[in-house]
Design a protein around this ligand. Structure first.
Ligand code: ZN
Length: 298
């Protein structure tokens, strides 16, 4: 192979800068003295121009990138209210179906008893119990036949529990308010406020406890413990007010403890504060809930 044809073969590589320093210098030296290779190089350059043009990345229309990013961001963060309305809607059929008619029936029964006995204490007793039982049945494998399916949806367990809690607690709140307002035929407006106060904070607190306990001890244990706590309050109050009814006179220390217990349930700010703290722990414990279920099923 002659020096000329050797160099001629190297010209395309020379043009694209793929030759080493030594070879490039050789090509340049030969080029300076060989008009034929100069022509070849000119030809290669002419070919390279349109090829390079075709290989160049397409220039996007102005503003395309920022517009695409805006769309992607909007998709990632949907507007808060419609997003939550959608979650609430999807959770309604996933909550245990019997919760809705059962709590309505029990509250109606409580209302009738209160009306017949002309005693607002019935609503005070029943409202927290119904709400606690309902929220104890909200979440977890025993209450969610489709739990594995639920866990694969993009809605997080926290969002699911929160949505169900809002739905069911809100429903019970409306029922209890309705029953209390229905009592206004035989009590004054002031007494009505007192009736609502008598069950509102305990209902919130018992429900928060029921959520936390159901996640960690199961629904039935949660219902049992919260019922004992709330019914104990009524026994304590009765005991303090009229020991002759119970037939047992409490010794000093016991009477003091009973008084403290009754006072605890009567302190709304304390109960609301504790409810918030307990719910926070409940939602936090959900993280481990998921891990536990996965390890159980695997
Ligand atoms: Zn040449």
């Amino acid at each position: 192979m002659s020096r000329h044809s050797e160099i001629n073969d190297l010209l395309p590589f020379y043009l694209t800068g793929e030759l080493g320093l030594e070879q490039s210098r050789e090509v340049e030296e030969h080029l300076a003295a060989c008009p034929q290779c100069q022509d070849s190089l000119a030809l290669w350059k002419a070919i390279a121009r349109p090829v390079r043009g075709a290989g160049a990345p397409p220039t996007p229309p102005a503003g395309l990138v920022s517009r695409s990013l805006a769309v992607a961001r909007a998709r990632r963060k949907p507007p808060l209210l419609p997003h939550w309305m959608a979650i609430l809607r999807t959770q309604i059929p996933l909550v245990r179906r019997e919760i809705w008619p059962a709590s309505a029936a029990i509250m109606a029964l409580g209302y009738l008893l209160a009306l017949i006995a002309q005693n607002t204490g019935v609503i005070q007793l029943v409202a927290p119990l119904v709400a606690a039982a309902c929220v104890a049945l909200l979440y977890g494998p025993e209450n969610d036949p489709a739990e594995e399916l639920v866990l694969t949806t993009p809605t997080s367990p926290v969002q699911i529990l929160l949505a169900r809690l809002v739905l069911v607690f809100g429903y019970n709140l409306i029922l209890a308010c309705g029953a209390s307002l229905g009592l206004s035929s035989f009590i004054s407006l002031g007494a009505l406020t007192a009736v609502i106060q008598s069950w509102l904070a305990p209902m919130t607190f018992l429900s928060a406890c029921a959520v936390l306990l159901s996640l960690n001890l199961g629904s039935l244990n949660a219902i049992f413990i919260t019922y004992m706590a709330w019914i104990g309050q009524f026994i304590a109050v009765k005991w303090i007010q009229s020991p002759e009814l119970t037939g047992v006179y409490a010794p000093g220390e016991v009477a003091y403890l009973l008084q403290r217990y009754a006072a605890f349930w009567a302190s709304s700010p304390l109960l609301f504060g504790l409810s918030a703290a307990i719910l926070a722990v409940a939602f936090w414990s959900l993280r481990f809930q998921g891990a536990r279920n996965t390890s159980l099923s695997s």
